[in-house]
Design a protein around this ligand. Sequence first.
Ligand code: NAP
Length: 280
Amino acid sequence: MAELIDGKLISAQIKDECKEKVALLKEKGIEVTLAVIQVGEDPASSVYVNNKKKACEYIGANSLSYNLKEDSTQEELLKLIDDLNSDDKVNGILVQLPLPKHFDEDEVIRRINPDKDVDGFHPINVGRLSIGEKGFVSCTPAGIIQLLKRSNVEIEGKECVIIGRSNIVGKPMSMLMLRENATVTICHSRTKNLSEVTKRADILIVAIGKPKMIDASYVKEGAVVIDVGIHRPDPDSKKLCGDVDFESVEPVAGKITPVPGGVGPMTIAMLMSNLVNSVE
Ligand code: NAP
C-alpha cells in the first residue's frame, strides 16, 4: 500500500509559515496586499477568487477586490493593471483566468509588473525560472516541489517523468525538477509508447486533464505518483477524481497524492507564499 502525500496538511503548514512572516512584517510596519481582479461572474472563478481572499485573511494579508463587468473592455482591464502596478501599497496582482473570450489573455498577463506577478505566468518570470534566476514560479508546480520535499522524497538523480506540457503545469514543473537535479522526461499527446516511458519513472507527475487515465500499467513498483488532475466525473457527483486511477495505482506506488487533498490545496498555499516573498 502506498503512503499518502497529505496536501491538506502540508498546505496548512505553508499557510501558517506565511502567517508568521506576515506578522513579523507587520511588526516592522509593513503590510502585505494582494489585488485580485475578476472579470464577469463565472461561478467557478468566483469560488477560486473567494478562496484566495479567505487565504489572504487567514495569513493576515490585505486583499483588494476588483470586479469588472463581463462586457468591459481590454483597455479598461489594462488601465486597472497599470494603476495597480504603480500603487506601492499593492505587492501582488492576480487576474483570475480564464477571461471572457473577447480578452487577449497574453497581453493582460504581460501587462502585470513581473515583480507583482504572484501567479508566475509573466514571460519574464517563466524566463527567470528557465535560466535559474529568482522570480515567481507558477503555484501548482511550486506546490508539487513542496509536497515532495516535505514528504521526504529524494529528487536528486531520480528519473522524473511528467505527463503534460502546459505552460502553467507541465513546462514549469520540468524546469523545477531539473533545478532539483532530477533526470527529466516530458510526455504529451504525441508521445509514443507512453506506458514504457512512464514505467521508468521514480517520480511520475501526471497533468493530462483526462479522468483516471493512468492506471497501474503505467507505473513502476514503488514510484512516487503525483496527480495534478481534478475532475468531477459527472455533474451530480460530489466525488472528485484525478488523472490517475487511484484504486488501480495505489497498491503499486510507493507514495501517492489523493484527489481531493493532494495537489489541489497546494496552489493557494503557494500563491500566499509568492505574495509574502514579493514583500521580502
Ligand atoms: P492542459 O493545458 O489541457 O494540458 C494537458 C497536457 O496533457 C497537454 O500537454 C497534452 O498534450 C497532454 N495530453 C493530453 N492527452 C494526452 C494523452 N492521451 N497522452 C499523453 N499526454 C496527453 O492541462 P493543464 O492545465 O496542464 O491541467 C492538467 C490537469 O491538471 C487538468 O485536469 C487540470 O484541471 C488540472 N489542474 C489542477 C490544478 C490544481 O491546482 N490541482 C492546477 C492546474 C491544473 P499536448 O500538449 O500534446 O496537447
